[in-house]
Structure formats: C-alpha cells, structure tokens
Design a protein around this ligand. Structure first.
Ligand SMILES: [Fe+2]
Ligand SMILES: [Fe+2]
Length: 204
C-alpha cells in the first residue's frame, strides 16, 4: 500500500512546489500516513476531508520570509504572528489547488476551514479536525520529526524527547494520537539508551 491515495496524487503534485521549505514535503507525507493510520482507528472520520486537509495544511509557509521561518515557532518565538500568516496564506493556496482539481466528493469548504485554524486553535471543532491536528503533531515524535526539531533548536536527542513528552504529548487530542506518539517516544528513547544497556553501564 502506497502512502498517498490515487485521488490525492494530483493535489500532491500541485502542493509540492509550496512544500520545499522547512522539510515540509517529508513532514506532509509522514503526517498524511499518520492521518490514514488515525482514521483507520476512527472509522467515523471522513478521509475525503482529513487527507486533502493534511496534504495541504502547510503550503502557506512558502509565503513566509525564509529568514524568519525559524523565529516563528519554538518555546520563545520572536515572530509568533507568522503562524497565523501561514494559515491564512495556506487557505488561499489550498483553495486554488482544490478548485483546479475539484476532487469528487471532497467538501472543499470543510478542508479549508480545518487548514485555517490548524495551528492557532488548540481545540478540535470536529473529529475530522482532531485527526488533522493529531496527525500534524504526531509527526514531531517520528524519527524525521525528532531530527528536524532537534536541528531547529540545536538540542540533543534526549532533551528533544523530554520536551516532546512534557509539552507536546499532553496536547494530543485523541487517545489514539497519544498512544501513537508514546510509541514513537519509547522506541526512540530505548534505541538511544541501547548502547549503554548493552555495555552494562545503565543496569540500575
Ligand atoms: Fe502548520
Ligand atoms: Fe504541519
């Protein structure tokens, strides 16, 4: 089974040119896969809304000055207002892409509504919205997410895992999303500590 559904391939081809900043292309593919996994556990979720929304949610970062990207996020961001900018620009770009393809059965208004508040509103307004928010956040716990975030803030692996566990995990919206995130964390930590355990340095 390939990551992207055939229905969403035309959207991906149009979105790619907007996702070549901040590792957003790989982030998007991984989050799309995570969204499919979440929806498999929540059959009431509508994948024809969730999957186009996660595929297009971050296209707006392309419109933000690359020099300011790293100052938009993190514990003490200098330009937090840019998070709202990428949502607004993202809605505009995603609208163009969706209108061009008008994929069958896709509720474009609902997709755009989810993109519009995917970062700045913490609560979910629907199950579909919760799937997108948790898939987006769950990426941070994956090997690609951890490596990317550690690079942004110059932190080590152990500090990054602790930060994710203490500050991001509690904001997961579904039990499924939290379980997936916890699985990634324990695997990363065990792998990190395995050398020590294998050498017998951390027996206690
Ligand atoms: Fe975003
Ligand atoms: Fe994202």
């Amino acid at each position: 089974m390939r990551t992207l559904l055939p229905r969403d391939l035309p959207l991906w081809h149009d979105a790619r040119g907007f996702l070549d900043v901040r590792s957003n292309d790989v982030h998007t593919l991984i989050s799309y896969g995570l969204a499919r996994a979440l929806c498999a556990e929540h059959p009431q979720a509508d994948t024809s809304v969730v999957l186009p929304a996660i595929l297009l949610h971050d296209v707006g970062w392309k419109r933000v000055d690359p020099a300011l990207l790293s100052e938009a996020v993190g514990p003490n961001p200098k330009h937090p207002e840019l998070v709202r900018v990428h949502e607004i620009e993202g809605v505009r770009i995603a609208d163009g892409i969706l209108q061009r393809h008008t994929p069958e059965g896709v509720d474009i208004a609902q997709v755009l509504d989810i993109i519009d508040t995917h970062d700045t509103v913490k609560q979910a307004k629907s199950l579909n919205d919760a799937m997108v928010k948790d898939a987006d956040k769950c990426w941070r716990f994956t090997p690609h997410g951890v490596a990317t975030i550690a690079g942004w803030f110059g932190d080590g692996l152990a500090e990054t895992l602790d930060m994710l566990e203490d500050f991001v995990m509690p904001s997961m919206l579904t039990d499924t999303g939290r379980a997936m995130a916890r699985g990634f964390i324990v695997a990363a930590r065990a792998q990190m500590e395995s050398d020590d355990y294998l050498k017998g340095h951390s027996d206690e």
